[in-house]
Design a protein around this ligand. Structure first.
Ligand code: BG6
Length: 468
């Protein structure tokens, strides 16, 4: 590829506290909603008991090993690391009067270490978890009170880290409450649509309040939203399929529309009516929503299709999004369909819609890696996936889309969010730990480590056109 990515383009990887840190109760941390999901975000919720064990309690022990891991990221040439702050380290119960100083100190050390290596942090305020107490005592985001707790938390971390962190995101995949209400909003899984959309509304208001606080407190920072970019194509050119696809895409676009435009899109009026949902939106809420984001970020792993035909829908498999499979695409072992062109399409689609800078903050290939007899991990399948997606990202930039950066998911192996497996690996860095809790936790550079290093070093010039 003769094209070079812009000098300002940020290269790196993305992580989440509950999937890497471990130390789930250390230094005063409270339990989070993730800590009671030992089988992953969509698995059974299991109350904690003394002496029990969840793979995330140790995860990859980033809590202690961060200097080594950050040095490895720097060796690859990262200029950016996306990570999340565990809200329950700062406010162990969510409604505490004062923040937990030991939790704040931990992230001081992380940001100092990143600074030492010239890596810019991109920080998510809430990535698939909230203090468990808020879920138990307040029914999570169903309660309006949680808006205030979140705003307080956001203000505390902006005050503390504003000198070091200039890029922020509010909620990871804010649209996930539509698919998984406990992980997304601390709601019971069987909650009705009224509760679900009211909780989503509270989250949208809280997000806008955090955006406002960030603009006031760190004027030289930028803050964005984060959506699961679940783009769907019409399964056929039958107008019914095309119309159905528009409706399906609006389910997740609604979040970006509110956060980027400052008000609910008109199509939601009919949607709420059809669902029999009446959202309590106060005048203060409407005023708060007017504070809009500086950039749009999203995760992109796969695309899918939408069909108006219930028989086609029944054939769907592979992911929580229940999209109809695309016969032109291959899929990963977990059924996630691989569509690099979809990334270019989505970038263009979102830029046309919002005319705001975009940031690809998650993308990657989960696979079972094998350490060969020479102790190497030859992960050509991952290199192919990442090369093809980054190539298409380069095409989108040439299409005129403003893209701030790319942080691939799980630059170091981590615990899977959906299945709590370590066997589903995304990293450039292998971590010696297995699902049966065996392993030294040693880090090993995979073949993709050197590949990504060369891509960053060449500013994308070494990307190759996708193989036919
Ligand atoms: C995204 C989440 O949806 O997908 C991450 O934001 C998650 O937390 C990633 O890890 C990959 O999903 P999984 O289930 O393979 O870990």
């Amino acid at each position: 590829m003769s094209f070079k990515f812009p000098d300002s383009f940020l290269w790196g990887g993305a992580t989440a506290a509950n999937q890497i840190e471990g130390s789930h109760l250390r230094d005063g941390k409270g339990l989070s909603t993730s800590d009671v999901c030992p089988y992953g975000a969509f698995g059974e919720i299991v109350p904690r008991q003394a002496g029990d064990f969840n793979i995330k309690d140790l995860a990859i022990d980033f809590y202690h090993r961060y200097p080594e891991d950050i040095a490895l990221f720097a060796e690859m040439g990262f200029t950016c690391l996306r990570l999340s702050i565990a809200w329950s380290r700062i406010f162990p119960n969510g409604d505490d009067a004062e923040p937990n100083e030991a939790g704040l100190t931990y992230y001081d050390k992380i940001f100092a270490e990143l600074d030492k290596h010239g890596i810019q942090p991109l920080v998510t305020l809430s990535h698939y978890e909230m203090p468990l107490n808020l879920a138990e005592k307040y029914h999570g985001w169903a309660s309006r009170d949680v808006i205030g707790f979140f705003e307080k938390y956001a203000r505390v971390v902006f005050e503390r880290y504003g000198h070091a962190v200039k890029l922020w995101l509010t909620f990871n995949e804010i649209n996930v409450t539509l698919h998984e209400p406990f992980t997304g909003s601390g709601l019971p899984r069987d909650c009705d649509e009224q509760t679900r959309y009211q909780a989503i509304h509270h989250q949208l208001v809280a997000s806008a309040k955090a955006v406002k606080a960030c603009h006031e407190m760190i004027p030289d920072a930028k803050i964005g939203n984060m959506i699961l970019g679940a783009i769907q194509y019409p399964f056929t050119c039958n107008p019914d399929d095309v119309m159905h696809t528009l409706t399906q895409n609006r389910e997740w676009l609604m979040f970006g529309d509110v956060q980027a435009r400052g008000y609910y899109p008109s199509y939601m009026t009919r949607k709420f009516k059809e669902l029999g949902v009446e959202i309590n939106i106060t005048e203060d809420d409407r005023e708060a929503l007017k504070e809009t984001i500086d950039f749009v970020s999203f995760s992109y792993y796969m695309s899918g299709c939408a069909s108006a035909d219930p028989n086609e829908q029944a054939k769907t498999e592979g992911n929580m999004l229940n999209m109809v499979a695309n016969p032109y695409l291959k899929a990963s072992e977990w059924g996630w369909q691989i569509d690099p062109v979809g990334l270019r399409y989505l970038l263009n689609f979102l830029y046309d819609r919002y005319q705001l800078p975009l940031f690809v903050v998650e993308n990657g290939f989960g696979a079972k890696d094998v350490v060969n007899e020479s102790g190497e991990i030859v992960d050509d399948y991952r290199i192919d996936y990442l090369n093809d997606h980054l190539f298409q990202l380069g095409e989108a930039i040439q299409d005129g889309v403003e893209v701030m950066g790319y942080t691939s998911w799980g630059p170091i192996d981590l615990v899977s969010a959906s299945t709590a497996q370590l066997a589903k690996r995304y990293g450039y860095i292998y971590v010696d730990r297995n699902d049966d809790n065996q392993g030294t936790l040693d880090r090993i550079r995979k073949k993709s480590f050197y590949w990504y290093q060369s891509i960053i070093e060449s500013q994308g010039e070494k990307l190759t056109p996708p193989k036919a």
